[in-house]
Design a protein around this ligand. Structure first.
Ligand code: HEM
Length: 427
């Protein structure tokens, strides 16, 4: 049976879940025409991919991001290591920044590395994300949430995304990194452009825009890194810089790439988690009232949001040798997309998977991935979402959506509402 799945269409973006169901049912390993990606949609098979980094390499992440820079991922030729247009873009970049584009390509960050390199990088960056460090952030996260809500709830109608779920994680990650508060808007702009340009925009990429964002982003961080070398502070950039040189250490380019990854990985995802979660909860008034009035239900609500409509729908892997999944052969060097969001709706794993249910057992959901690349920021994201919702629910007795339709962010990898206009009854 042929499956009509187009991850780049607006219709799919509005609701990809019936398409994932069709894939799981009829084509659990589906080769996408054109780009030639192999989509893996069943829970068991997604888990298999994530458990076997020796067969399914994360180098694909670097390749796709770099290649996407030139042509837009849906148009690229998977048989080429680096698309010539991407090389051209990076050569331009090198002129203004004074470093070799090949070095940039050859310096994958933790998310795009395989063992043993991955082990080394993860060992270093883990230091910034210990449970103790994250727990210590709670009072400040709460204060940031309260201040944003003070402003937002002065109005009867507001956009929750631009006024709450964007500023909260952007402010937190910028403070964790130790970058200047007045640049928050720039961070958001840079990470938006990088995400929509380099990770699967529907509309293809605009290399000039992307190049400009990347240049600004890199120039800013290079300067920040340089400053911390001269004058270390009590922030993550300083800790990373301190880890440069020596044995288990980051190179300067690795420090830069990690800072960039954190900014992108740590912002949009948490924003989308909160947006998707609230959209789902608003469809279930009885559950909304229970979660709103019982803070103990906020953590299970956040986990169910990760399962039911996760911010990271799928990511890239690449076969290191000929492989077979669910009886389908995948040749060496193929791009494989494990669809986390589809695995999380697989009835073989979750009872009535299409029902949003804050009481369900969500253990085993793949919203943060699995295995060696399991999300480094999971505890931070959980903290931000929990505290953000706790504070919101203290202040409102009712929330009502103002737009019947939801417009989603411009990426097939990431999912979340661009805006969420609401009217509130305050407590
Ligand atoms: C709700 C929010 C988030 C979601 C849904 C999410 C999801 C994910 C997923 C699915 C992966 C696995 C990637 C793979 O297997 O290739 C991942 C990895 C990662 N995430 Fe998150 N993430 C979130 C928030 C954050 C935050 C707040 C940070 C940092 C501040 C962060 C930093 C990272 C990093 C550095 C990795 C790579 C880890 C590695 O390769 O070892 N994420 N995330």
């Amino acid at each position: 049976m042929t499956v009509s799945y187009d991850p780049f269409s607006t219709e799919t973006r509005a609701n990809p879940y019936p398409h994932y169901a069709e894939l799981r049912q009829s084509a659990p390993v589906h080769r996408l025409e054109g780009a030639g990606f192999h989509l893996v949609s069943r829970y068991e098979d997604v888990l298999f991919v994530l458990k076997h980094p020796e067969l399914f390499s994360s180098k694909a992440m670097q390749r796709m991001i770099m290649s996407g820079m030139g042509v837009g991922i849906q148009n690229m030729d998977p048989s080429q290591d680096f698309d010539p247009k991407a090389v051209q873009v990076l050569t331009e970049l090198s002129k203004s920044l004074g470093f070799n584009p090949v070095e940039l390509m050859m310096t994958p960050s933790v998310i795009a590395s395989d063992p043993p390199r991955h082990e080394r990088l993860r060992g270093i960056v883990n230091r910034g994300f210990t449970p103790r460090r994250i727990a210590a952030l709670e009072p400040r996260v709460r204060q940031i949430a309260r201040e944003a809500l003070d402003r937002m709830l002065q109005k009867d109608a507001f956009d929750l995304v631009s006024e709450f779920t964007i500023p909260l994680p952007v402010t937190v990650i910028a403070e964790v990194l130790g970058v200047e508060p007045d640049r928050y808007a720039d961070f958001k702009r840079w990470s938006d452009t990088l995400i929509s340009g380099a990770t699967g925009s529907a509309s293809g990429t605009q290399p000039a825009l992307l190049l400009a964002a990347f240049q600004e982003f890199n120039a800013y961080f290079m300067e920040q890194i340089e400053r911390r070398r001269r004058d270390p502070k009590d922030d993550l950039i300083s800790a990373l810089v301190a880890a440069e040189g020596g044995d288990a250490a980051l190179t300067p380019m690795e420090t830069l790439m990690f800072a960039v990854l954190l900014l992108v990985a740590g912002n949009e995802t948490t924003t989308n988690l909160m947006g998707n979660g609230l959209l789902a909860l608003l469809e279930e008034p009885e559950q909304f009232d229970r979660v709103r009035t019982d803070p103990a239900l906020v953590p299970p609500f956040v986990e169910e949001a990760l399962r039911y409509d996760g911010p990271v729908q799928m990511l890239f892997r690449e076969t290191t040798q000929d492989a077979e999944i669910a009886g389908t052969s995948i040749p060496k060097g193929s791009i494989v997309l494990p669809i986390f969001a589809s695995a999380n709706r697989d009835a073989a794993q979750f009872v009535e998977p299409d029902r949003f249910d804050v009481d369900r057992d969500t253990r085993g959901h793949l919203g943060f991935g699995f295995g060696i690349h399991f999300c480094l920021g999971a505890s931070l994201a959980r903290l931000e979402a929990r505290v953000g919702f706790e504070e919101l629910f203290k202040r409102v007795s009712k929330l009502q959506r103002l737009d019947p339709e939801v417009e989603y962010v411009d990426s097939f990898l990431l999912r979340g509402p661009r805006q969420l206009r609401l009217a509130a009854d305050r407590v």
